[in-house]
Write a new protein. Sequence first.
Lengths: 515, 270
Amino acid sequence: MSFAAIFVPNFTFQAIARGEPELRIEPVAVIEGQPPTYRVAALNRLAEKLGVTVGMTKANVEQFPQVQIRNRSKTQEEMGHQALLDAAWSISSRVEDAGRDTLLLDLSGLSRLFGGQEQIAHRILCRTSELGMDVHIAVSANVETARIVARALFGITVVPDGREARFLESLPVAMLSPSPQLAEIFERWGVSTCKSLASLPVLDLSERAGQEGVHLHALAGGRATRPLLIVQPTDCFEECFELEDAVDNLEPLSFLLGRLLQQVCVRISARGLAIGAIHVTFELQTAFESTVLFSPDAISARKSPRTFSCTLQLPVPSQDSTLLLKLLRLRLQAKPPGAPVRKIHLLAEPGRSRATQSGLFVPASPDPQKLELTLARIATVVGEGNVGSPYLLDTHRPDAFHMQKFFVPPATPPHRGPRSGAQTAFRVFRPALPAWVQLQKKVPARVAFQGMLGTVIRASGPWRSSGDWWEDQSWQEDAWDVEIQFTSESRTVEGLYRVSFDLRFEKWWVRGVYD
Amino acid sequence: MHSKSAALRLYVESALAGRMASPFCPPPSEPPRTVPAGIPVLDAVTGGLPRGGLTEIYGPSFSGKTSFLQSALATRTASSEVCALIDAHDSFDPAGAESAGVALRQLLWIRCKTLDHAFRSVDVLLHGGGFGMVAMDLSDAPARLVRQIPLNIWFRLRRTVENTSTILLVLSQESNAKTCASLVLRLEKEAAAWSLEERSLPSPALHTPACLLDGWASTGEVIRSRARPKNLHFLSHPAIPESKDLVRFDLRMKEARSLFSEEERITDPG
């Protein structure tokens, strides 16, 4: 039985640097607290070299012009922790959440899947570095030893079975996280390392330091054991980014969205899943009250909602962050948020990756993911409701259909085609054209519409239809197929039209033309 | 002089070796693969709709362009292909198309309001690829505006669809694509066919004094075709023996109305 411990050093800074990778090469100080008493909560090594220390006030940090200052974000820390859990779950399903910066994994039975302990540790390191986190990893047969060694030593450490005490002996007692009272006692005794603690007689230690002392003694000797407290894997993939200054332009917004999508895609693909749908919520900046009274723009901004949501439903689950970003961009271009954005929240619904293969004798069809992008681009040109597949409604009402989202139908082998020979087609006038019709023996004799007057040569009808009389939108009409001859000075034109008489409003309409 | 040009030619060929097989010889042009449009008479004279090429169907209103489009869509969707229709003036009749055999689930319908929308949509769609047929219906667009479309747009469309298996079908009132089209077909309406013409007075059973529209006949003339089979003889059409490029075909109304039983016809309450 072996366990692995993942520890994220300087987690507060790394949670922020995960969203802004360029901060890794710059001195950064993370501040927290209430204004004006902001104090440094975390900093990176570059800032430390310049002389910035934890606890320094914001005013003091501002004396260093090259140091980047960021506010501590609990949300981003939570997202970073979730990402770390996803990386752990991608290796083992038995994971203990031992703190926001520490995870413990049960590696039992994984050697046949991933190889030896060192290979597993390398795989964990790869996964976490994909998520943008530098971690310490320790593997040991003792779960507590793994946890302590991971906190103390850089990189990957594999503790051989039975040599736990040897690895722990040089570590300071503070690594065992004793209570402040016990830490003070150990300091008075001159017990500074795990080796010196482990060498104390346990009975005498229990008399003086109680059960906690005994427990620390076992930890220092690498003998403390306990079962893992397993957390169940979740399918919640959220990413969040808070902006210091609100963004009102699509370019920087899509840059940030791209980062968030990339993070979500890495997390979701580590779990062997794909994104089925994305819900993006923007927290918008509200207009300042005093400007509302005077500025018309501010009035419209006030009317805009405080949050703006946008959902992207994919026909086929995808892990391609570039494709998702393009789709989101097109959606936001068509319907932008009405005010500057100050916080982005992205929630991805997982779906199973597509695992089907196209048939050898089935005609090629558009790639669903590429088609989604194509349709989104066309929708920005013609409008979202004007792209899709027609779906006929179960009614006899003329021209009754609605547009549904177009999906590539499942591949089927070719079937028997329509009867040979052509059938007449009808072109619909949308909306129908108002007409003047003169009847002769109850049959249309002359028709005028769109400034043209024609004589009816032949007429077929009336074909009466009605329906929905129980609703407000009822209809009742008599339709005629008419051949009309339009005569002008230069030429004579004949055409086949369908005209209808609306019995409810007693009006004539030209519905369309046969072509 | 001759040796100098030969040396130059050799130099260019060696410089482009691996990138172009034969820089001084155009690639052999093979006749395009064609598929039937669903009207056997027209398919015989045109050779079918060319894949990877632009087909232009033009003619005045009522000439049967939409019927041709509907037939082609029905045939292609029956072959399990995914088709797209760019409707420049939103005049497609989905109910009629379904009754003609078009599988609406396999049809992407783009309803445009302007010519600009139609051309931008077709460009995006062709670059997306994967469609068996992309049809652009410009029939209702003013001929004056369609005429103003620069020729380079048509060239661009032809180049986009080239070397793909997509059929690009364009319907318009006049021929505009010129040499960019692999097949140009002109349609013209002839007489409409009406039945029950002899009945002129209303009767108790058949109150209507009118007759029934059965369809009409159209003529199709091949103006340009790269895939047309040679030496065709249309023995079944003795009416037009003088031209092998001209063919007459009938368009029939859908059966539901033609075979409407007399009992189902409405009666005049008076």
